[in-house]
Ligand binder design. Structure first.
Ligand code: ATP
Ligand code: MG
Length: 537
């Protein structure tokens, strides 16, 4: 297996850009970024890439990266998501106090954003529109289709101010009117065709409660929040490419009015992370949770950080993967196997090994010694905890005259090249003894009930003094000492390489057999008090 740490990493064009900025003295050498999740779902593997870009770049250049919740939509946001995001970030290795200061919230800027909106109205750059949403969106036109100016576009400043203040005072019903920026209804960039800045929404916000009957749109809040905080490099994914012009327009208005506390942030877009057999739309992930397709956001099949954590992925392997794939401006899809290879490399190096039998078959040693009372002798054999790291030491496991093996590790009539247990064949029990199969007992239906073996007492520890070899080493659990347990086996949630490619709906490609629950498993006693992250063999 190749060592993931030794692989060369791909280029990161954002890093090159920051280096160039620092050489030129742009932003006076300051580097400030932010990771801006909307608290409307859990973090997923795609966010891990954005986190790595934002936090690691700031750290590399001695800068600051804020965690800012872009919480402008009261309908979908919730404090439970805020808490989960903070927890998942910490698990990934980014902790409050060490890697970022107090979390920030766009909702903390609602007052400032409101005052700036009034300023834009006063400068003739925004107006209240009483048309409904459908009309506004139809009038926006499209590529090659001219936009239609609202009949309210040239409303006098005083009237706009009065209406906007009354919107804020809660005098109007939801959707009765909106505040729009007055940019250019014929602009070739649709984002610039008088975008909405404020909506009336009688909804309770997770932080501001019911104190605001109006809410800023994401587009009005985002760039200004960056500017308030002094962000220099505003990094986001490619879909915000066309929004950059609008963000700059807003900031230009505020700069001209002498309102910007810091230099204007500069937005740079990078490609989203996409993985085969994986989907990272928060809306669809939420649907999987609410439809009960999965157990929750942290179901071990989910591509969420909490799901990957439950699946046993070490946080370091996710970070290594993110830095390995690099940052570019070209959308592409990485293979899930690449991520898995980082997980495997980490686990191979770190994980404690334990034995568990998932589908048990009983094996009886017919020549096992008994004590004076006729009870089988119990021995304790020594097992290596981690063949990759001798510092992880050894443990002992009880071994006696009866033990469990996997059903698939025995065949009454072996196929060619089947080297595990079958009549007449000798195998090694990991860390214990060589045993030879002498026969088996069958149930009435012909299925195997119990396998009979003899044990070579000279092979204790799993080696024969005469140097003879066996072709198979099998795991086992002592029947008298096994701990019963349930084990869930997880497969990919989506069987299709590109979920949704064929039908347009990712949910069509869900694999109904992605989880198998085994309830009659036999675990090595030590597994009961082993910390999570062990590899079962
Ligand atoms: P969705 O579109 O599924 O709702 P989002 O992009 O709106 O996701 P946010 O909470 O707004 O989710 O994302 C926070 C940050 O993470 C943003 O800067 C966003 O660009 C980035 N991000 C989200 N998904 C990915 C992804 N797949 N790859 C890289 N960055 C991502
Ligand atoms: Mg978003």
């Amino acid at each position: 297996m190749s060592d993931a740490d030794d692989r060369p990493t791909a280029a990161n064009f954002v890093r090159e850009l920051v280096i160039a900025d620092n050489e030129r003295g742009t932003f006076a050498g300051r580097v400030q970024t932010r990771f801006p999740p909307e608290p409307n779902g859990y973090l997923h593997i795609g966010h891990a890439k954005a986190i790595s870009v934002d936090f690691d770049l700031a750290a590399e250049f001695g800068g600051v990266c804020n965690l800012r919740f872009d919480d402008t939509n009261p309908d979908t946001e919730d404090t439970s998501y805020v808490d989960a995001i903070i927890e998942d970030l910490a698990w990934l290795g980014y902790r409050q106090g060490e890697d970022y200061p107090e979390p920030l919230y766009a909702s903390d800027y609602f007052e400032q954003l409101y005052r700036w909106a009034e300023l834009l109205i006063e400068r003739g750059c925004a107006y209240v529109d009483e048309q409904d949403g459908e009309t506004i969106s139809a009038q926006r036109g499209g590529y090659g289709n001219p936009g239609v100016e609202s009949p309210h576009r040239d409303r006098p400043v005083e009237e706009n101010l009065d209406l906007f203040r009354r919107m804020r005072a809660g005098e109007f019903a939801d959707a009765a009117m909106v505040l729009r920026a007055k940019v250019d209804m014929q602009h070739e960039n649709m984002q610039m065709r008088d975008p909405v800045m404020y909506r009336i929404r009688a909804a309770e916000h997770h932080r501001t409660g019911t104190s605001w009957p109006i809410y800023p749109t994401y587009d009005w809040a985002h760039g200004q929040s960056d500017a308030i905080e002094g962000v220099t490099h505003s990094l986001c994914t490619l879909e915000f490419d066309s929004h950059r012009e609008l963000y700059d327009w807003y900031l230009d208005q505020l700069r001209e009015a002498g309102e910007l506390p810091h230099e204007q942030p500069r937005q740079t877009e990078f490609a989203r992370l996409a993985l085969t057999h994986t989907m990272t739309s928060k809306r669809k992930l939420l649907q999987l949770v609410t439809d009960g397709v999965v157990d929750g956001w942290d179901d071990a099949r989910m591509p969420t950080l909490s799901g990957l954590r439950r699946r046993g992925y070490p946080a370091e392997s996710i970070r290594e993967f993110c830095s390995f794939i690099g940052v570019s401006r070209t959308n592409s899809r990485n293979e899930i196997e690449l991520l898995e290879s980082f997980v495997r490399t980490r686990l191979n190096r770190l994980a404690l090994r334990r034995m568990a039998v998932l589908r048990p078959l009983e094996v009886v040693i017919t020549n096992w010694p008994t004590d004076d009372a006729g009870d089988p002798i119990v021995e304790h054999v020594e097992l290596i905890n981690n063949p990759e790291n001798s510092e992880d030491g050894t443990r002992t496991a009880p071994f006696s005259g009866r033990f469990w093996i996997e059903r698939e590790d025995f065949m009454a009539e072996p196929e060619p090249k089947y080297f595990r247990l079958s009549p007449g064949r000798e195998v090694r029990l990991r860390g214990a003894y060589f045993v030879t199969c002498t026969g088996f007992e069958a149930n009435d239906d012909g299925s195997v009930a119990r396998v009979l073996v003899t044990c070579d007492p000279e092979t204790r520890g799993g080696n024969a003094p005469d140097g003879r070899k066996v072709k198979s080493t099998m795991h086992w659990v002592s029947a008298a000492h096994a701990v019963g347990g349930s084990v869930a086996l997880y497969d990919r949630l989506f069987s299709a390489e590109v979920p949704g490619e064929a039908t347009g709906d990712v949910l069509d490609d869900l694999d109904p057999d992605s989880r198998e629950l085994l309830t009659d498993c036999k675990l090595e006693p030590a597994l009961a008090d082993t910390p999570p992250g062990a590899v079962v063999q």
